[in-house]
Every structure is written in structure tokens, then in C-alpha cells.
Design a protein around this ligand. Sequence first.
Ligand code: OGA
Ligand code: CA
Ligand code: FE2
Length: 511
Amino acid sequence: MVHHHIRSTMIEPQDCDDGDEHETLPLPTLPPMPRERVSLQKSSICSRSYFMVVMVFFHVYIINVIVLLLYVHYNNGPGDVLATPNRDEASRGSNHHKPPESHQQQSDSAFHRDMYLLRLEGIRVGHVQKVSLVPDKVHEMRTLSLKPLLFEIPGFLSEEECRVVVQLAQLKGLMESQVMVPEGQEELTEQLNLSPEEIFNLLDLNQDGQLQLQEILTHSRVRDGIWLTPEDLREIYAGLKADPDGNGLLSLEEFRSLGSDAFQRFLQQRGVKSSQLVRNSRHTWLYQGKGAHQVLRDLKKRVTRLTRLPSTLVDLSEPLQVVRYEQGGHYHAHHDSGPVYPETACTHTRLAANTSTPFETSCRYITVLFYLNSVEGGGETAFPVADNRTYEEVSLIQNDVDLMDTRKNCDKSNLRVKPTKGTAVFWYNYLSDGQGWVGEQDEYSLHGGCVVTRGTKWVANNWINIDPDYQRQARYQQLVSQQGEEDAEDEGEQSQTSPEQLHTADSHQEL
Ligand code: OGA
Ligand code: CA
Ligand code: FE2
């Protein structure tokens, strides 16, 4: 744009003689003309004084443009000029995102930091690259999507290793991934302190004065961990006689007469089957640090090599989560980790952060998912919006088709990965910030486990936790290493509290 303007301005004085309305006036060769004549002539706009004025404006314009360019350059900082290693398509979005002031200051002071996150390159969907993860084998890594940046590595685990991981999990015992919470949401609704009219207006996304099914579901697909489908909602309307005309729409009057906890009460009364939960599986956690089974430690080492991240980061991450789905099991689409705002804390660095905030997320930068068996029927991992042109939460439900519902609509997902024993898939749940650290959440990383139609499905998750706030991550690591030194000084035989255990105990009460 700016460029274009400069060019057109530069051409203008020359164009002056081409104009149909004025005569040719070869300026440099003409002798000075008397003032009166100049002002009277039709061609006076090509006079010397006119030329002077134009030139003055032209120079002022050029100076303005230069000042503007300098301003833009210095305001962007060196970060946008320097390419980070492996900066790729997946760092998209980082340029139009301006971090808030406090965040900016922090990243400025962190310029001479000693940790950078390498990000693998996807190149294009279907691209295969060879990776060296274990001594005598070369693995092939295939790019499955760029949004999110997602890879598949067949044979990441041997048959033997899959068997050991499953057996270790069985030995430890698995618990229900989701327990039904009978009540407790009422207080929240009371705290909200919104009138029914206000709630109605917030839910009425298209502001047509009616609540369509998807408007309700977009906001509260999950109530108390119960997954609502359009059919459930119709059943609730019928049961509560909420929609007398039966058109599937709620008017303000109909909504008002419902009462805030009507849905919950209805659902509780009806009883909940596990197939109606967000997640229908059992899981356990396996520690992978010092003293853990060799297979688990090897696995962690391999994950470090695969992701090419500093080993401290991998070491300080969550333990391995082993999940079992029985026939009929599923996990509706979700993000493994939430969006981060300046006031959002990460579970793993919470202790190191000296603020207490109401928002917390697990800050799982990467998910590495292992298939520990080949499933007889169903059980694919679905990515409903992978490589979609846009991500719009509202359009995830259309005409009673909920793309996040992995019991019903996996076939409509953009991408499905078939569970094959020993295969690993991994993806980034966050973009790059363009400067070698974690950026914004990648919404396209939405995924879920499709319903298992036949047999059992065993998977394991390795999450790599990194705080998008570099300073907080650094402080946390410092704290953990100090703790480690103190433990070593104690010299007690049982004092084997490793950083990983500390972390584990803090963030997983279920353990
Ligand atoms: C998970 C998950 C997908 C699957 O455990 O977080 O998304 O295919 N699993 O089981
Ligand atoms: Ca509406
Ligand atoms: Fe997940």
C-alpha cells in the first residue's frame, strides 16, 4: 500500500505534461516568466511555483512515510524480523496477536534466556520424514495435518513395550475417568447473579428473540459432566413441557418459566448412563522418572528425542496416562489444554506463580498419544476441524449435527486416526509465539475418541507441560531444582521425592 502511494506521487509531476487540459511546459529549459503572465495562463498549474508547492508536499510526504516505516519497525521489535529456528506455518496467528503490556515487558526481559522450543516442520499433509529415535531403527513420521500440526509415527513402540505398559496399568489399577457429580451447580448459577432476561440475551446468539437448540448446546453442551445432544434437549423440553408448541424454539416467556436449575433436576431424575458422559473410560497414571520400569523410562527418552524439546521440560511433565475404553466407550471432542490469558495460571507452575487466579489450565503444549492395541471396531481418534479453513464454535453444531459428538458424528470429522498397536501420534495444542516459546492455543487441535464398537481400546498419553509465561516456567524449574538439591542433602534413603513426584502430587489428586 505505502509503496504504491509513493510511486503514484512520484509520477504525478511528470504526468503533469501529459494531461489533456494543460500544454506542454518543458520546465528546466524555459527562461523565467513574468508573474502576471503565469497567473493568467491556463497552463499555470505547471508553473514553477506550482512545481515548488508540489515538491514541498512530495518531500513532506516522503518524510512522513519514512517516519511511519521507522515507527512500525521499532514498534514490532526485533522478534518479528528474526526468524526463530523452525518457524513454520504453525506459528500463524502470532503476528496479529499483540501480547498485553505486562506480558510484553516480561518477554522483553527474557530476551537473553537459555531455553528455546524447537518446533517440528510439517511441510505439507502427507509429507514423510525419517527420524532417529532409537539406536538401530529409523522411524517414519508422517504429517497428518498442519492445523493442528499433527504427526503419526508407526512402530513407535514395540509389541513388547505395548504389552508391558498395559500390564503395568492393570497392576496399578484403573479408575473411572469421569465420576458423576450429583449436584453442586446451583450455587454457581446463584453466584452468577444474572436475571433470566440477561441469560436469555446472552444465549440468543443470532438475537432473533428465540433460543434455537444449538444456541443452548453451544453454551451448555456439558452440564455437570453430562453430554447433551439435540435429542436429549427435545426430551427435556417434552418432560418439562418447556416448549408447548413443540417447534424446538424457546421464547423468552418459555425460558423464564423454566427456572435456572430445571435442566439439571430433570437430568438427575432421569438417571445418567456412562454413555451420556463426556468421557466413558478408565485410566491410571504411571510415573516415568528414576526407579520406574525401564520400558517407561525408555518411552520418555524417546518422546524427548521425538519432540526435540529440552529434557528438563519433558522430565517435569505429567506422568504417563494409560486409558482403557471398553466396548461402547468414547471421549467427546475436547481440547487437552485451554486458552491462556494473562491472568490464566498453569496447573504445573501454580506454586511458583506468586499470584492466585481463578483461571487455571493444564498448559499441555504437546500431546503424544500412543495406541497400545489395534482396536477391532471404532475407537478412532477424530479431529473434527483439522485443517479447516476457519474455526467457529457456533458452526460445530448445525442442523442437529454436533461435530463434537464422537458417539454419533465421527464420520463427519475432517480427520480420523485409526488405532494401530505401537503407533504414536503427536500434535501441538498451542502455536508458537514466533520467538521460540509457547504462543496462543491452537483451537484446531480439537479432538476426541470415537465410540469403540467392538473390543477394547488401550491408549496412553504423554503430555508436555510448558507455561506460556516464560518467567513462570523458569521460576518453577528453579524452585524444583532447589528442592531436588535439598532432598539430596538430606541423604535419607526414602527421600526420593523427585520433581516429577512433586508435580504429580500437586496436580493430580486422583493419583
Ligand atoms: C485423551 C484423548 C483420544 C483417544 O485421552 O485426551 O483425547 O483416541 N484420547 O482416546
Ligand atoms: Ca436465537
Ligand atoms: Fe485428548
